[in-house]
Design a protein around this ligand. Structure first.
Ligand SMILES: Cc1ncc(COP(=O)(O)O)c(C=O)c1O
Length: 328
């Protein structure tokens, strides 16, 4: 199974119509497709949505809104470097938390210990691989009790839910990526989701140099109308793409890979990755080969993170869709 982007070729016609209309109306940015993409994402995710040119811009908006410069932010070591780098870019200090072996996501037990050790102002939780972090409820309750800001890295989590709740719903904000390998993509792009109207307003100004009154020290993180139009088409297909991947996983992969990430009842994975704990011949590689604490040469003991880096593999699971037959 070769890598393919989660895109339904039937949607090309609609996409070209959208793009033709953008060209014709001469509004190539900050127009109706940006608004529509955000509305569609809000409908899907149940939170206010603000689009960005990348995950990175949306992450910075959230971190700056909570004024974390000079403070400490905890982040799992088992993540992409984007997560700790966003903390550093926001002028904060990053400290790492270990993960669990069974879900690859932040360990509640180690989070408790690291909160005591580092007194953080905020925590990044990362939903690794397409499912929601199994301990998200306990993590969110602990952060709330301690007055710590919780931000969810939802870069992998399109289409996931836990007992009907979508990623981004437990923390103060969630940040999705629409980078070119994600479950659905706009080539480059990101979306901040939040129930906090103040943050949503801040984010809108932040992505646009602080316009209209420059009260926010923003920069340019706007999404173009062409990418937003693609986002509209992709959001309309998201449920179908994820359902296809789920059916493929259940029918073809689950019987072959009993030693895998096993989801608790109530967990719906978006299947960004299919993660197993035995070597497989045709792996697409690891979610991450090298933990961030090793890349950044930080000291400390992260035994589960190191174990996960050496003991998981990802058989390919890419959307083939209507053009190449169904998941059966
Ligand atoms: C966990 C995680 N966080 C953040 C990012 C960064 O997203 P972007 O490339 O859209 O900035 C990625 C991947 O690209 C990711 O996998």
């Amino acid at each position: 199974m070769k890598f393919t982007i989660g895109f339904e070729t039937e949607d090309l016609k609609t996409l070209h119509e959208y793009w033709d209309s953008i060209v014709a109306t001469h509004q190539w940015t900050e127009g109706r497709f940006t608004r529509t993409f955000e509305e569609k994402w809000s409908e899907y995710n149940g939170l206010e949505s603000v689009s960005f040119s990348s995950w990175a811009g949306a992450a910075l908006a959230a971190l700056e809104y909570f004024q974390l410069a000079g403070k400490t932010v905890l982040c799992p070591s088992n993540t992409f470097m984007a997560t700790p780098l966003s903390v550093i870019k926001a002028g904060a200090a990053v400290e790492f938390v270990d993960c669990n072996r069974h879900d690859l996501c932040m360990s509640y037990a180690d989070l408790q210990a690291k909160i005591e050790a580092h007194r953080p102002a905020a925590v990044w939780v990362v939903h690794i691989g397409g499912h929601v972090a199994f301990e998200i409820e306990a993590i969110a309750a602990l952060c709330k009790k301690k007055g710590i800001v919780l931000i969810e890295d939802c870069a992998h989590a399109h289409g996931a839910s836990w007992r009907g709740k979508r990623p981004g719903s437990w923390g103060e904000a969630g940040v999705y990526s629409f980078y070119a390998t994600k479950t659905i993509s706009t080539g480059e792009g990101g979306m901040l989701v939040t129930a906090d109207k103040g943050l949503a307003e801040f984010a809108r100004q932040y992505r646009n140099y602080g316009k209209p009154d420059y009260g926010v020290a923003g920069f340019n993180y706007r999404m173009s109308e062409f990418a937003a139009a693609l986002g509209c088409v992709q959001t309309d297909r998201l449920a179908e793409i994820v359902a296809w991947k789920r059916a493929y996983a259940e029918r073809h992969l689950d019987p072959r890979f009993p030693n895998r990430v096993l989801f608790p009842a109530g967990m719906e994975s978006g299947y960004y990755k299919y993660i197993v704990f035995d070597p497989v011949e045709r792996s697409t590689g690891k979610v991450y080969d090298t933990p961030c604490h090793r890349i950044m040469k930080k000291g400390g003991d992260f035994p589960n993170t190191d174990w996960v880096a050496g003991h998981h593999w990802c058989p390919p699971l890419y959307y083939k869709g209507n053009a190449d037959g169904d998941a059966g």
